[in-house]
Design a protein around this ligand. Structure first.
Ligand SMILES: C[S@@+](CC[C@H](N)C(=O)[O-])C[C@H]1O[C@@H](n2cnc3c(N)ncnc32)[C@H](O)[C@@H]1O
Length: 453
């Protein structure tokens, strides 16, 4: 691969004797990996699980087929190995409040939800209006029920959620030097001074991120670049300007320490992590974990302005809607879903406990999407196919490989032996991937048009 001359010069100086191995790695294939979804019941996956990633609890090296049932049903998430270090370092705890501030397309968010066991509250935010839809779709496929998806710039989010989170992840937009193998076009954006431009934006994002972190809370900062300006030097700035304390990361063989000499010489910088493509079979990442000074006082509540009150009232479920939802659960599920039903227009969501008021911030997905109120009936959402277990449904229909393709193409399935009228979970190899409507021995396909192939 042709690397920019100034890039070669820069890393020749920085890496010295290690530089040839680093440059040689750019001529090798990109490293692939995936994570198995612990939120799903255990099933036999048609995947090679012989090469686990030491630092990533659910992670393996290898390729995932995006059209295969284990991916379509959200039982696995494709994520290259070095990116998995971030979720592992974050180690989000169950029943805590976590923010993923730069979250699309959702690799780290799905990892955070895994660690949290779908409990507590995960706010997955993305600034970009198109990318946030991909984020919501990936979180839906993964079956997260503890997640609210917002579409905001960091400052606006910080204005409504001061000191709200126990853990904030900033997986920052960066110069992407670790992406050159996966996306060779990224070399074209690279120029001298690009790292400094990115660092300025990173500092602005981090200023907002720290406003949202409670005293004593943890910040995880990561990039997919090697540039010290965006890595160790940003951490040094967090320490000197914000009084943050570096929380050292225990390393495995795949990891290398951050380089104090590439910043202000603070020896604590060795407690950060660098993932190099010539050291492990993955792309490249930098990751740091820091603690905000202070101890938590009484929980800070967001201002109860008029807007917040109004929003809450507007989103309350009416008694007629409550009845329709209860009737639908009774008819189709073996379980009653916990949580707080909220209504946006004619859409019903199950909001996770502890959800704050978001004021003017755009909320794309206020929780698990349950479905749509139509005239005198309730139409279930596709989200239920991936968020619930097969055992949660009164009726499941396991489809053949050919029928799996048919469903993904939007065709109906025939089951003349099945009588009655209900919503069924369609599974393949025991993995739920779509909802169907059984009427007179035919299963009407409710697989969303946007996901069909
Ligand atoms: C490295 S990507 C995040 C990848 C994601 N965490 C994952 O694991 O799938 C950085 C994200 O930051 C977003 N972004 C860009 N500019 C931003 C800004 N000024 N503030 C917040 N986010 C920004 C980008 O749209 C992009 O989705």
């Amino acid at each position: 691969m042709a690397l920019p001359a100034a890039f070669v010069e820069k890393y020749t100086k920085l890496l010295g004797a290690e530089a040839p191995a680093f440059f040689a790695s750019y001529n090798e294939a990109a490293g692939a990996g995936f994570r198995v979804n612990p939120l799903r019941p255990a099933v036999a996956l048609n995947l090679d699980l012989t090469d686990p990633i030491s630092y990533s609890k659910w992670g393996y090296r290898g390729q995932v087929n995006g059209n295969a049932i284990d991916h379509v049903s959200g039982y696995v998430y494709s994520q290259e190995p070095s990116a998995q270090v971030v979720g592992a370092v974050a180690d989000a705890k169950p029943n805590t409040k976590v923010l993923d501030l730069c979250a699309a397309p959702g690799g780290k968010s799905t990892h955070l939800a895994s660690s949290m066991g779908n409990t507590g509250l995960l706010v997955a935010n993305e600034i970009h209006p198109t990318r946030v839809k991909v984020l919501a779709s990936n979180l839906e496929r993964f079956g997260t029920t503890n997640t609210i998806v917002t579409n905001s710039d960091p400052d606006s989010l910080a204005a409504v959620l001061p000191e709200f989170f126990d853990l904030v992840l900033v997986d920052a937009p960066c110069s992407g030097e670790g992406m050159f193998r996966k996306d060779p076009d990224a070399t074209q954006y690279w120029h001298e001074g690009y790292a400094q431009e990115c660092a300025q934006r990173q500092r602005e994002i981090l200023d907002a991120a720290l406003l949202m972190l409670r005293p004593g809370g943890k910040l995880v900062y990561s990039t997919c670049t090697f540039a010290p300006e965006e890595d160790e030097q940003i951490v040094s700035w967090l320490v000197s300007e914000h009084g943050m304390q570096i929380d050292p990361i225990v390393k495995t063989d795949d990891m290398r320490s951050g380089r104090p000499e590439w910043s202000d010489g603070n020896p604590d910088l060795a407690g950060t992590v660098r993932m190099w493509p010539h050291v492990q079979m993955g792309e490249g990442h930098f990751c740091a974990r820091l603690i905000k000074p202070g101890t938590p006082d009484a929980p800070v509540t967001t201002k109860k302005g008029k807007k917040g009150k109004k929003q809450h009232q507007n989103n309350s479920i009416t008694s007629a809607q409550k009845q329709l939802w209860a009737d639908w659960q009774q008819a189709n599920l073996q379980v009653t879903l916990p949580g707080f039903p909220v209504v946006y227009g004619d859409q019903l969501y199950m909001q996770p406990a502890g959800a704050p008021k978001f004021g003017k911030v755009r909320v794309l997905r206020p929780g698990l999407h349950l479905g749509t109120f139509k005239k005198n009936r309730f139409a279930p959402s596709h989200s239920l196919a991936t968020a619930l277990k097969p055992a949660d449904f009164k009726c499941t229909v396991d489809v053949s490989a050919a029928e799996y393709q048919d469903v993904r193409h939007g065709l109906t399935i025939s089951r003349p032996e099945l009588t009655g009228k209900c919503h069924v979970l369609l599974t393949n190899h025991g993995m739920g991937f779509a909802i169907g409507h059984l009427v007179g021995g035919t299963i009407k396909n409710l697989y969303p048009k946007g996901l069909r192939v």
